[in-house]
Unconditional design. Structure first.
Length: 139
């Protein structure tokens, strides 16, 4: 239980630090590189991967990674003179945070949830039912 409380506190701190703004296009592209990587990447490695599809300055990638670290969306560690970056949380956790943010801003939470559920596919609805059943089993 204490571990779950600590994890919750970390998630709340990350959520507060990043605010309710979704990622910009370049931030999303950089995060996709980090999520896909086996380990932490340097700015140069991210820049090289993105340069195959876009023309970007090395300093632009460096700035984006620095901002993502300040938002607590990445973690970084020193590797000689360079920083190595990794995603601070899985992509799915970030998606859940964005959905929670949208719900927080909706005004009428019930109505927002009803409208959301009305737009999901049958498969997604089944996944929601399964998740709710698992939560009911824990309580």
């Amino acid at each position: 239980m204490a571990t779950e409380d600590a994890i919750g506190a970390v998630q709340r701190a990350r959520h507060a630090a990043q605010g309710s703004r979704p990622l910009g296009e370049l931030e999303r592209l950089v995060m996709e590189q980090l999520w896909a990587a086996e380990g932490a990447l340097t700015v140069r490695e991210v820049h090289e991967q993105l340069s195959g599809t876009r023309e970007l300055a090395y300093t632009t990638v460096m700035t984006v990674l620095d901002r993502l670290a300040k938002k607590k969306l990445t973690e970084r560690e020193r590797d000689g003179k360079a920083w190595r970056y990794r995603a601070a949380a899985p992509r799915e956790e970030m998606a859940a945070d964005l959905m929670r943010d949208a719900l927080d801003q909706a005004g009428d939470r019930r109505e927002a949830l009803v409208r959301f559920v009305g737009q999901v596919s049958d498969e997604e609805a089944a996944l929601l039912r399964e998740a709710l059943a698992q939560l009911d089993g824990k309580g």
